[in-house]
Design a protein around this ligand. Structure first.
Ligand code: NAD
Length: 331
């Protein structure tokens, strides 16, 4: 593995992958459309090791040209429309980018004989759980939202290219990521920024829904292990075991910021809201010796401090988000 083509490398997790990839000495080609969620500031300091191609993965001519020119040996496919709430408002860009875009990349990887294709799926493809149980890599897919349906479709398509054409695809299914540079529409940055701005903090329904929180650099470590040593055709769950109710996460952040709990405002529940996700991640732990380095407590503390130190980065984004929040939370 020498030259990596990283889609979505200007996004939240993709940019952490780029920053780590540079430190690990890889040559990197980033392909990103720079949607509202993409931002070059996340990878500005990456220097000459990174070639940036502004391109839409649904544009097959551009994608084919990039493969032809750059000849990457490994593809790490992070690019996606990634926010469930937006998929509930309009599924179209999710189906286009997440399904059609993935197909275009798979076809290019076949044509230019890429030796590895890491497809980033999600725990949400499994659907949801009640209080008990876990998702294993062979649990049937049962997605609930337009977002998770689009990711499940891409997940199956990528594996079909392995089975049908022998393209060396590996699938990873990470749990909820959090950490620095996350676009402030996702739960943790929403809570931090609203609390810092002394605004009400919207929490869906009862706040009892449970998510499994993996710190972004731990997830990226896992994907490097998979890319370097994983087996073609295999699937790896990536989960920290750190399950928390949404309301607990909100209260933990308020405590860290010294803010009162009466800032919390329960809103109408998200349509089709999944109750709980929980991944069994023994396979990646045993086969590739992955383990998390950052506990939930450390991760929340680091993330909160990062947003406090980087308020400038969020300013323009918050203006863009204020109209969107009125629709999503019906405030
Ligand atoms: P993000 O929304 O922060 O970043 C997505 C990136 O993809 C952006 O830079 C955007 O500009 C780019 N992009 C979107 N559409 C594109 C297109 N048509 N062509 C080219 N580039 C395009 O997403 P993220 O949170 O970093 O997630 C990255 C991947 O990990 C996604 O595939 C997501 O489904 C998956 N994932 C995320 C989480 C999480 O908690 N964030 C959990 C599990 C899986």
């Amino acid at each position: 593995m020498k030259k990596l083509l990283i889609t979505g490398g200007a996004g939240f997790i993709g940019s952490e992958f780029v920053r780590q990839g540079v430190k690990r000495g890889y040559k990197i080609v980033v392909v990103d459309k720079l949607t509202y969620a993409g931002d070059m500031e996340r990878i500005n300091e990456s220097g000459k090791a990174v070639t940036f191609c502004k391109a839409d993965i649904t544009d097959s001519d551009s994608i084919r040209n990039i493969f032809k020119t750059e000849r990457p040996d490994t593809v790490i496919h992070w690019a996606a429309e990634s926010h469930v709430d937006r998929s509930i408002l309009d599924a179209t860009p999710f189906l286009e980018t997440n399904i059609r875009g993935t197909q275009i990349l798979l076809d290019a990887a076949r044509r230019y004989e890429t030796s590895r294709f890491i497809n980033i799926s999600t725990d949400e493809v499994y659907g949801d759980l009640k209080e008990e149980g876990q998702f294993y890599e062979d649990t049937p897919l049962n997605p609930s939202s337009p977002y998770s349906v689009s990711k499940a479709s891409a997940d199956m398509l990528a594996r079909a290219y392995y089975r049908t054409y022998g393209l060396p695809v590996i699938t990873v299914r990470p749990s909820n990521n959090y950490g620095p540079w996350q676009y402030p529409e996702k739960l943790i940055p929403v809570v931090i920024l609203k609390a810092l701005n002394n605004e009400k903090i919207p929490v869906y329904g009862t706040g009892k829904n449970i998510r499994e929180w993996t710190f972004v650099s731990d997830c990226v470590d896992a994907v490097f292990l998979v890319a370097e040593r994983g087996e073609a055709g295999e699937i790896y769950n990536i989960g920290s075991g750190e399950e928390r109710r949404n309301i607990e996460v909100v209260k933990d952040i308020l405590r860290l910021l010294g803010k009162p709990e009466d800032m919390i405002e329960f809103t109408k529940d998200r349509l089709g809201h999944d109750y709980r996700y929980s991944l069994n991640a023994e396979k990646i732990a045993k086969q590739l010796q992955w383990k998390t380095k950052t506990s939930y407590e450390q991760g929340i503390d680091r993330t909160t401090k990062w947003y406090m130190d980087n308020m400038e980065w969020t300013k323009g984004k918050l203006e863009h988000l204020s109209r969107y929040w009125k629709v999503v939370y019906q405030q």
